[in-house]
Design a protein around this ligand. Structure first.
Ligand SMILES: NC(=O)c1ccc[n+]([C@@H]2O[C@H](COP(=O)([O-])OP(=O)(O)OC[C@H]3O[C@@H](n4cnc5c(N)ncnc54)[C@H](OP(=O)(O)O)[C@@H]3O)[C@@H](O)[C@H]2O)c1
Length: 250
């Protein structure tokens, strides 16, 4: 029960890595503040957690909407008394076009969801973590960007690489205040983002030393570690959970 009496905010909570992490944190006693854009899927998931006894606040909205993100923190603090940690996990791949064919609006959207949203998250969440006296901020990056390039993912790679830099800046700006700030860089993971085309999944699996994709639960267990007191001396890191993707050349 690493998260008993802890309140944790999760974005992109209704699917994939976010949902698997919410499930694990709930099993370990956390109170949860959950968000994603689609309300029906989010509320159905929140309801399933509440049925097992977890206290959940679930509000639909986008991570690029600063008012929504501030509202989540405010509502969560008044409902649960404090915010202990946040897992800023929502992301978007983009439309797969090469950089030079990417319309400016598509570039802006991918940068907004994967990078500017992290800036908004920090601005809305850090004051609450400081009020709690300590805290852990975690952001989902990717192996794409910090570790390697994949054709058709230019904006995504730029945003995820930028996220690693933002995490380092936040870690040094708030370390003395008792806040830890980290990025988790998953390898290819079996979620809707990875699609359901078997030939694409086979191709992606071969990029990894383990020659397979991760289950979302395998990424969730690393997220839980980084959010927990077990990682009390871990800050400013970009932790790979990539199945050896970054070291594989075969
Ligand atoms: N799957 C992989 O292979 C892989 C690998 C490396 C890194 N990642 C990263 O892992 C994170 C989670 O991805 P996943 O694979 O778990 O994807 P997923 O299963 O498609 O889940 C994405 C979640 O984010 C929400 N979301 C998407 N855009 C949003 C927005 N603008 N505002 C708020 N919520 C939004 C989605 O719900 P709504 O659509 O209802 O908003 C959903 O809950 C992302 O940051 C992704 O870049 C994934």
């Amino acid at each position: 029960m690493r998260f008993e009496n802890r309140t944790i905010l999760i974005t992109g909570a209704s699917s994939g890595i976010g949902a698997a992490t919410a499930t694990l944190l709930a099993e370990e006693g956390a109170n949860l503040i959950l968000t994603a854009r689609g309300d029906d899927r989010l509320q159905a998931f929140a309801h399933s957690l509440a049925e097992t006894g977890t206290k959940v606040l679930a509000r639909a909205g986008g991570v690029t909407d600063a008012a929504h993100m501030q509202g989540l923190v405010d509502r969560g603090e008044s409902m649960f008394g404090k915010l202990d940690a946040a897992f800023n996990n929502a992301g978007a791949l983009g439309n797969g076009t090469p950089v030079i064919d990417t319309p400016r609006a598509d570039w802006d959207e991918v940068i907004d969801v994967n990078l500017t949203a992290a800036f908004i998250a920090a601005q809305t969440q850090v004051p609450a973590l400081k009020r709690a006296g300590r805290g852990s901020l975690l952001f989902t990056g990717s192996f794409v960007g910090p570790e390697l390039g994949i054709p058709g993912m230019g904006a995504y790679a730029a945003a995820k690489a930028g996220l690693t830099g933002l995490v380092r800046a936040l870690a040094v700006e708030h370390g003395a205040e008792g806040l830890r700030v980290n990025a988790l860089l998953p390898g290819g993971t079996k979620t809707p983002m990875a699609g359901d085309d078997p030939s694409f999944r086979d191709w992606a699996a071969q990029l990894h030393a383990l020659k397979r994709l991760a289950e979302p639960e395998e990424i969730a267990s690393v997220a839980a570690f980084l959010l927990s007191d077990e990682a009390s001396f871990v800050t400013g890191t970009a932790m790979l959970a990539d199945g050896g993707n970054s070291v594989c050349k075969t």
